[in-house]
Design a protein around this ligand. Structure first.
Ligand code: DX5
Ligand code: ZN
Length: 240
């Protein structure tokens, strides 16, 4: 089934001295969504921005705010992000599992098996909290976490975000070994949006689209280009 490609510029790559202008530039350039990367310095080795910036983004645009929480304990803070104006809130499956049960890779967390009953319960609770706040919900997995980690939860969400880089920083090269997992997830879960995030550019987007992704996060490939409209168009046509 073919689905329209949605282009979601990531604010992380914008010029933070003029955030409102940058957001309006993405909107005027034809972006479908705005992707907001929230980092806590614990789940990932970087801190980006939080609720006040989301509120400012909400005041600057009517774009759908696609919020990617790279944080520990998302269940506690998710309602505050909903209140700040997010339309969709994505949390990480790795964050549902106690640190001692995760695998620590050099560049971040991975799971090497399916979820325990406790982790599934925590995931359901997080999904329920986000839905109760009236928002759409997404679940994300890091490059080394297998699709089986989503077995119980993947069918309950609106979006599955497949990280194609280790999260924490923009401007990285796509890890193309992750692309087969995009296909596996699309085959297992036909209903949700499947979003890819990290290193998405005109030269890498087609293979993700071919594997079944239909939402494409692009930081560098939009905000670091001189013409945002041309950059969004280039991504959209390469995804066809
Ligand atoms: C990484 C973030 C990404 C990042 C993508 O932690 O989740 O959204 O901003 O940036 P690019 O498109 O530059 O790889
Ligand atoms: Zn992201």
């Amino acid at each position: 089934m073919s689905r329209a490609a949605l282009i979601a510029p990531s604010l992380l790559a914008a010029d933070f001295t003029r955030i409102g202008d940058e957001i309006r530039k993405a909107e005027a350039g034809g972006a479908d969504w705005l992707h907001l990367d929230v980092m806590d310095g614990h789940f990932v080795p970087n801190i980006s921005f939080g609720i006040p910036v989301v509120e400012a983004a909400r005041k600057s645009t009517k774009l759908f705010l696609d919020t990617h929480l790279m944080i520990e304990d998302p269940v506690h803070i998710a309602p505050a992000f909903a209140k700040a104006g997010c339309d969709l809130i994505t949390f990480h499956v790795e964050a549902l599992v106690p640190r001692a049960q995760r695998t620590k890779r050099e560049k971040g967390w991975a799971l090497d098996r399916e979820l325990t009953a406790e982790a599934v319960a925590k995931g359901r609770e997080t999904i329920d909290v986000i839905r109760a706040a009236g928002k759409k919900v997404g679940i994300s997995l890091n490059p080394d976490t297998p699709a089986v980690a989503l077995r119980e939860l993947g069918g309950l969400v609106d979006l599955i975000l497949v990280m194609t880089v280790w999260p924490g920083f923009g401007g990285q090269k796509m890890i193309e070994d992750v692309v087969p997992k995009v296909r596996e997830i699309r085959d297992r879960f036909p209903a949700p949006w499947v979003e890819v995030d990290g290193g998405v550019a005109p030269g890498t987007i087609a293979k993700c689209a071919g594997a079944g992704a239909n939402v494409f996060v692009a930081g560098t490939a939009v905000f670091r280009e001189p013409d945002a409209a041309a950059a969004v168009n280039a991504l959209r046509s390469a995804a066809k």
